[in-house]
Write a protein that binds this ligand. Structure first.
Ligand SMILES: O=C(O)C1=C[C@@H](OP(=O)(O)O)[C@@H](O)[C@H](O)C1
Ligand SMILES: C=C(OP(=O)(O)O)C(=O)O
Length: 441
């Protein structure tokens, strides 16, 4: 895989010479692509993904499904309109070996799929993947009838001994550390003998839009899903067993990866257009329209896409990001450049993301002269004049893009291992310099 996770090379983050004025074509959504791959692999007929994201996380998902016997043909669509993947479902097989890298979607969505394979599937990944929570998926699968060997920590590495089918049925989980536990069980649920009923019993549940994305995408391939929002009990999701359809799905641009480009408009008082911004979406990045407007910008959603304009002023914000945690690094970067303090709340689970994002943001912004403190569930950010220096990224794509945002306004910021953006946005450095190449004179 074209990624060197321990690359220590430094990338001089370009400073903006003026207000940006650019159109940025943002590649497909990681979360939608990886759900679409799983659902297409579990379907009873072939399906198509148009404009899928090609990044480390999605190529790992495709490679893992191929390992289990699924056909995935990469090519250009019949009408020549960009990349299209054809997914040919097949009897899932083991023995197989899955490299999850550090992809939450791969490490959580695939063990339930592996329980349906007819042999052992071994899961391993980057060192950080051993530390990320997986107990919700492992414990639930055991309750639902699967045999899993792990080292007793409820984490990777592990082997799922698939037996060709899984009983399924009701299960209680604590998904307060990751919504992906719920999504994982629901995605494979139609293929369990009794379907699945997932009851979340934890204190809080992050990233609700991502659970809605799972439910919407399941329904789009013909699954019957009952949810709290459709009149069911609070915190209970029920999936009826049944065959899934193969669909022809166009993947939306990744709105969370649009964040640094929108931030560039805010930070430079410029204008950025993101074509194909969906009018209706479950992606958490859609909340940026509201959040970045409160922080000083304005936006207009047209048939062509989103037009986002900065005013030249950047305001602090007090906001609960529990539903949209993956937006935190980019918001923190903008907040560090604002004209008033910010409080970001509801994101304690970010300590178990790609890195401990609360600690990493605090340390790196403070090393550039900032004044950030960690709270129990977030960050306090008091803007101060920043200076250049090395911005470490901890193999976290969103740390790299956060550093690039700060670099727009601060001379001499150097991003360590910008290549880590390959997790979800391999084109980041080129898109970024391309956007700046369109600076107004
Ligand atoms: O289901 C998904 O595609 C995701 C869910 C969220 O995970 P958590 O609930 O673990 O934060 C999010 O942060 C991650 O980037 C993608
Ligand atoms: C938390 C993230 O990723 P993952 O899917 O690996 O959990 C993220 O992309 O911000």
């Amino acid at each position: 895989m074209a990624l060197n996770p321990s690359d220590t090379a430094l990338w001089p983050a370009p400073q903006a010479s003026g207000a940006v004025d650019a159109t940025v074509h943002v590649p497909g959504s990681k979360s939608v692509t990886n759900r679409a791959l799983v659902l297409a692999a579990l379907a009873s007929e072939p399906g198509w993904l148009r404009r899928p994201l090609r990044s480390r996380d999605t190529l790992l998902m495709a490679a893992a499904l191929r390992e289990m016997g699924v056909g995935i043909e990469e090519g250009v669509g019949p009408d020549g309109t960009g990349e299209t993947w054809r997914v040919l479902p097949a009897g899932l097989r083991g023995p197989a070996t899955v490299d999850v890298g550090n992809a939450g979607t791969v490490m959580r969505f695939l063990p339930p799929v592996a329980a349906l394979a007819d042999g052992p599937v071994r899961f391993d990944g980057d060192p950080r993947s051993y530390e990320r929570p997986l107990h919700g998926v492992i414990d639930a699968l055991r309750v639902l009838g699967a045999r899993i060997d792990d080292d007793g920590r409820g984490a990777l590495p592990l082997t799922v001994h698939g037996s060709g089918a899984l009983d399924g049925g009701p299960v209680e989980i604590d998904a307060s550390s990751s919504s992906q536990f719920v999504s994982a069980l629901l995605l494979s649920g139609p293929r369990f003998n009794q379907g699945v009923e997932v009851r979340h019993v934890g204190s809080s549940l992050p990233s609700m839009p991502h659970i809605r994305m799972t439910v919407d995408m399941l329904r789009a391939v013909g699954a019957q899903v009952d949810t709290p929002e459709s009149g069911g009990e609070p915190n209970v999701w029920r999936v009826t067993p049944g065959a899934l359809l193969g669909r022809d799905l166009t993947i939306e641009p990744d709105l969370s990866n649009a964040q640094p480009f929108l931030a560039a408009a805010l930070v430079t008082g410029g204008r950025v257009v993101i074509p194909a911004w969906p009018a209706r979406t479950t992606q958490p990045g859609d909340r940026l329209r509201e959040i970045f407007t409160e922080m000083g910008g304005s936006c207009e959603l047209t048939e062509y896409g989103l037009v986002f304009t900065g005013s030249g002023a950047i305001h602090g914000i007090d906001v609960d990001l529990g539903e949209v945690g993956e937006l935190t690094p980019g918001i923190a970067a903008v907040a560090a450049l604002a004209d008033s303090p910010s409080t970001l709340r509801g994101v304690s689970h970010l300590r178990l993301h790609e890195t401990d994002r609360l600690a990493a943001l605090t340390k790196e912004i403070n090393e550039l002269g900032g004044d950030v403190t960690e709270t129990a569930d977030g960050l306090h950010i008091r803007p101060r004049p920043l200076h250049g220096g090395i911005f470490h990224t901890y193999e976290d794509h969103r740390m790299a893009t956060a550093g690039a945002i700060i670099g727009l306004a601060v001379e001499g910021v150097q991003i360590e291992n910008v290549g880590t953006t390959a997790k979800t946005l391999p084109d980041f450095p080129d898109l970024w310099t391309g956007m700046l190449g369109s600076d107004r004179p």
